[in-house]
Write a new protein. Structure first.
Length: 409
């Protein structure tokens, strides 16, 4: 049995948990199962990875990392923190990291997960190839020249089991993080684009009552912005959550360090984030970022009993069908909630209504209540993706309640 997800708000229903040690074993399990899904780091907050029959964990596959020019090939169960160590030893880097290095590469890219930066696309946009075990147990290799590729990268687990994934890499670089305190609402809303582009990667933390912190992560060698519209640089390391220890945070105070030790908020060797929590996230086109943020502020009092922190980030556009940043540079509003699921789910329609005029797209791996008909409007390639999924999986071997409820598979 697979147990629970990371947040412990979901108990998986699978009858069996398999840990195959080879791709051939993956193929045999898939071909012999009626329903099968893959478990990664279990850091999704809904039932996207749940199934009634067979779960696969790919963490026992050989941990072989292959570098081929500007592409690194990664086994299906590997996490970003482990991959970063391999790349750093070869003088290479990914273009960006999520706030947590603990998540699996395949799980993150399958759901459109991202870091921040006005010039940085999602983690999914770095994908340069997929080796996929399909419903009949056959191994298919998809590459960017394949017409199905833009639809297959953010696949929600609906197309098959990704046993190996290719990511584009670049020369390693150093990053320095400065935390800014005391930014006013007038400055943030009036200079929103300038704030969000103040460094290579920027995160704004807020409870919608006040702007709590701005994390500016500058590539060493790039021109860094010293002043941030009246905000002051923190003089001691600072957590985005009040009264929380800093031992699990990556280094701040402008101290330069390798990309993989600065772009995530949290160190790979520590328990991520704040433990038990729930998360939601919504994306709007960047041109509406300030207006959408202003539209959320009247909900501050409703959010207050449930909200630990909200993080505002930017993501550059991509062409991946189910990416939340498909077709538009985007601003993402991330919510970390206390573990009170019924109360959170009762509040989400208010947030979704506030973001509806701006085309708020939900993150696939987090809690949302957006109606299926609205998802079809928000994700214009969703009908094409359904056709792709039915072609790859005609008998619905990889479908589950989440896919049926949200996108009609």
């Amino acid at each position: 049995m697979a147990g629970t997800n990371w947040a412990k708000n979901l108990t998986y229903r699978a009858k069996r948990l398999h840990r195959p040690r080879s791709v051939d074993e993956v193929r045999r399990i898939v071909a012999g199962s009626e329903r099968v899904k893959v478990l990664g780091s279990r850091h999704c907050f809904n039932d996207i990875a749940d199934t009634s029959e067979d779960h696969l964990s790919l963490d026992a596959l050989p941990a072989e990392v292959e570098i081929d020019g500007d592409v690194v090939w990664v086994p299906g169960g590997m996490r970003y923190g482990e991959l970063a160590t391999h790349l750093a030893a070869s003088g290479l880097a990914l273009h960006n990291m999520a706030s947590l290095p603990h998540i699996t590469v395949v799980g993150a890219t399958a759901t459109g997960t991202h870091g921040s930066g006005v010039g940085n696309r999602s983690l999914s946009a770095a994908v340069a190839g997929l080796d996929l075990v399909c419903a009949d147990g056959e191994l298919v290799r998809l590459r960017p020249v394949d017409p199905d590729f833009p639809g297959a990268v953010v696949h929600l687990g609906a197309l098959g089991v990704v046993t190996r994934i290719g990511l584009r890499v670049q020369p390693a670089f150093d990053v320095a993080t400065t935390v800014h305190l005391g930014l006013g609402w007038d400055a943030l809303l009036g200079e929103f684009d300038a704030v969000m582009s103040a460094a290579y990667s920027v995160s704004v933390f807020t409870d919608f009552d006040e702007v709590i912190q701005v994390w500016a992560k500058a590539r060493v060698g790039d021109e860094a912005r010293g002043e941030l519209f009246g905000a002051r640089p923190a003089e001691v390391p600072t957590h985005m959550l009040r009264d929380t220890g800093i031992e699990n945070l990556t280094d701040q105070l402008g101290a330069a360090g390798p990309w993989h030790d600065r772009l995530p908020h949290f160190k790979a060797g520590f328990t991520p984030s704040n433990g038990d929590e729930l998360q939601s996230e919504y994306f709007v086109p960047a041109e509406h970022g300030a207006a959408a943020l202003a539209a959320l502020r009247p909900l501050a009092d409703k959010m207050a009993p449930l909200l630990q922190i909200s993080e505002v980030r930017t993501i550059a556009a991509d062409d991946l069908w189910l990416s939340p940043a498909h077709g538009a540079d985007s601003v993402a509003f991330h919510f970390t909630w206390w573990p009170q699921q019924s109360a959170v789910e009762a509040l989400l329609p208010d947030i979704e209504a506030a973001l509806e005029p701006f085309g708020g797209r939900p993150h696939w791996g987090k809690l949302f209540t957006t109606e299926p008909a609205d998802l079809d409007l928000l994700y214009p390639k969703l009908a094409d993706f359904r056709s792709l999924a039915r072609r790859f999986d005609p008998d619905g071997r990889f479908t589950n309640d989440f896919l049926a409820r949200t996108i009609g598979l």
